[in-house]
Ligand binder design. Structure first.
Ligand SMILES: Nc1ncnc2c1ncn2[C@@H]1O[C@H](COP(=O)(O)OP(=O)(O)O)[C@@H](O)[C@H]1O
Ligand SMILES: [Mg+2]
Length: 285
């Protein structure tokens, strides 16, 4: 397993208040996977991404990415991890690129910080820009590119040092649907080309429907999972939705089920030969 989160907890302390952003996330991701994280605002998606990206540290639990145990990394290891092992794309286009550098210079910058020689930098930067469909934008500054183009340039920047993991937090959040499709295609191309593991947070149903695995977050937990099987041409053969059973034995019932049976506080469980039934205690009376 490339990524292993085990009972991951994140608590933010704000003044006297404690906000539990993640309350025991278990997540396994294989190397080379491309998956989506979906869920309502405040469900902990960005918190999880920031922890996986080494930008934030968990309060408890275990989290490993490749050989890196993200729980006890020295400052120096954390800097190196961020510089070499992971690439990050943010929702806000302006946060991803330096405004006074061209697209190619933006892609070259992380390589320069990593000591890559000038000739190789230029070659690699252009190859990446080609792969995200920006071969006509090498010398353009961000303000001369569309929002979608800026996000694709940002993806090239994130891939500059050939990270094993690419994290994109709502990369299509500020662009129209045609641009969103192009952004997604770029992620898919790089996933195939380099085998980079990709996690993308999205509200966009079209994006989520085009990956093979979608994890639904709710209240700081991974609560549902959709798995799709496709043939070689990419046509969906089957689609299964699961509730996630975590190591503590917890399952989250879909809100719609709870509402439809008006269940509250406690439910009765009944073990059958091949399934577990959940009953509304009130209605049994
Ligand atoms: N830096 C922070 N300080 C305090 N609370 C935070 C911070 N970041 C996130 N939170 C809280 O943690 C919860 C999860 O937030 P977040 O991970 O940003 O959710 P999402 O990305 O799914 O919208 C929310 O209740 C949010 O208010
Ligand atoms: Mg977020």
């Amino acid at each position: 397993m490339f990524i292993e989160c085990d009972n991951l907890v994140k608590i933010y302390k704000v003044a006297d208040l404690e906000v539990v952003a993640l309350q025991g996330v278990d997540l396994l991701v294989e190397a080379g996977e491309m998956m989506a994280l979906v869920g309502p605002s405040g469900s902990g998606k960005s918190t999880l991404m920031n922890i996986l990206g080494g930008l934030d540290t968990p309060s408890a639990g275990r989290v490993r990415v490749g050989d890196h145990n993200l729980l006890d990394m020295s400052r120096r290891d954390q800097v190196l991890y961020r510089r070499r092992q992971v690439g990050f794309v943010w929702q806000q286009t302006a946060r991803n690129l330096l405004p006074y550098l061209t697209a190619q210079e933006n892609v070259e910058l992380p390589m320069a910080l990593n000591g890559v020689k000038a000739r190789e930098r230029a070659q690699r930067a252009r190859a990446l820009l080609d792969q995200v469909g920006l071969n006509h934008r090498y010398d353009h500054r961000p303000d001369r590119m569309s929002g979608g183009e800026q996000q694709r340039a940002a993806i090239a920047v994130a891939m500059a040092n050939r990270p094993g993991l690419l994290l994109a937090d709502e990369p299509t959040g500020e662009v129209d649907s045609a641009s969103a499709a192009a952004i997604f295609d770029s992620l898919r191309t790089l996933n195939r080309e380099y085998g980079v593991t990709i996690i993308v947070v999205t509200h966009d149903y079209n994006v989520a429907s085009r990956v093979d695995r979608v994890i639904g977050m709710r209240d700081g937990r991974a609560s549902t999972e959709i798995l799709r099987k496709r043939d070689a041409a990419g046509v969906t053969l089957s689609e299964d939705e699961f509730a996630i059973l975590d190591k503590a034995g917890r399952v989250q019932l879909p809100q719609a089920y709870i509402d439809s049976l008006d269940m509250k506080d406690r439910v009765r469980l009944h073990l059958n030969r091949d399934h577990v039934a959940v009953y509304n205690v009130e209605k049994e009376k």
